[in-house]
Design a protein around this ligand. Structure first.
Ligand code: NA7
Length: 284
């Protein structure tokens, strides 16, 4: 398929590489010029990348980045024609997704939100899990592209439901990890060996995929962005999330501490600092 791919960050680079390997004709655009992927053509603007493309795939930082890439100066919108599908793998606001989808629908363009899970290892190995919202026939057309980049697709409903689900997933990751980090910190302060505690966790129902996955590989700044998106979506829907609100404050403080580019597991560093202990072996 002819694909325009916008955003060559950590995830985008590997996703494009897998699309090229699968034989798709890919033209890339990245805000900061100079990023390349072997086998993919490079365009100077999103509009140029989208020229003649059947699918415009996005993987950029946040809601504003998606808006600029599609609707901003030299945005892809001017090159869109009827029948094109926009697939967005960025994690962004569900309500903004609906707004964007409505705007392009006027041109006969479909919007499929396809945030993913699996981190940079999943992107590299082509084993991402896509959490998708959109019309069934559009998702069907995208199947060869999903297959090149990932191992599973979960269709959660119409456009917007992929993003809504992704926020509900990351809410859990942030809170499960926070529980783990607080348990390690308290146990260490009370004189318990943290490695022993981890062995116990692994042998009981307290174990979890988030904890077992020892290398989360997800920058704190992106998890913080997703927590803020989740709180915003909850406010719009008049849902209270008091636990996540508290976790957000910890991310705020960890960011102020200069840890935003570290893995989100760096929230443990802050807890250690407050408690005046160091968790042995950094079990996280
Ligand atoms: P990265 O590695 O931080 O990459 C972010 C990408 O987004 C990168 O290509 C950026 O371009 C691009 N970006 C950032 N802001 C803009 C604006 N305003 N306009 C256009 N492009 C922009 O993130 P990941 O690849 O790990 O993750 C991408 C998404 O997947 C994110 O939503 C995650 O939560 C999940 P740059 O090179 O900085 O010019």
């Amino acid at each position: 398929m002819r694909v325009a791919f916008l955003g060559l960050g950590i995830m985008g680079q590997s996703m494009v590489s897998n699309l090229v390997k699968a034989g798709h004709e890919v033209t890339v655009w990245n805000r900061t010029p100079g990023k390349l992927v072997e086998g993919a053509a490079v365009a100077p603007t999103p509009a140029a990348a989208a020229q003649g493309a059947e699918v415009v795939w996005l993987c950029v930082s946040d809601t504003d980045a998606v808006e600029e890439s599609i609707f901003g100066k030299d945005g892809a919108e001017s090159s869109l024609s009827e029948g094109v599908i926009i697939a967005d793998s960025s994690t962004i606001s569900p309500s903004a997704t609906l707004k964007f989808a409505e705007k392009v629908a006027a041109k006969g363009v479909a919007w499929v939100d396809a945030p993913m899970t699996g981190s940079k290892i999943g992107a590299r190995d082509g084993t991402l899990v896509f959490i998708v919202g959109g019309a069934e026939q559009d998702i069907e057309r995208l199947k060869p592209l999903f297959a090149a980049m990932g191992k599973k697709i979960f269709r959660m409903g119409e456009t917007g439901k992929g993003q809504a689900t992704k926020l509900a997933m990351n809410l859990q990751i942030a809170m499960i990890y926070e529980g783990f980090a607080e348990a390690l910190t308290l146990a260490t302060k009370l004189g318990v060996d943290s490695q022993q505690l981890v062995s116990l966790i692994e042998a009981t129902m307290v174990r979890s995929g988030v904890v077992e996955y020892k290398a989360p590989n997800f920058p704190l700044r992106l998890m913080h962005k997703d927590i803020l998106l989740t709180l915003e979506a909850a406010k719009e829907a008049r849902v209270k999330l008091p636990g996540l609100q508290t976790v957000e404050e910890i991310y705020e403080l960890a960011t102020e501490d200069g840890n935003k580019d570290l893995d989100y597991a760096a929230t443990l560093t802050l807890l250690e600092k407050w408690a005046g202990v160091q968790v042995k072996g950094k079990a996280a």
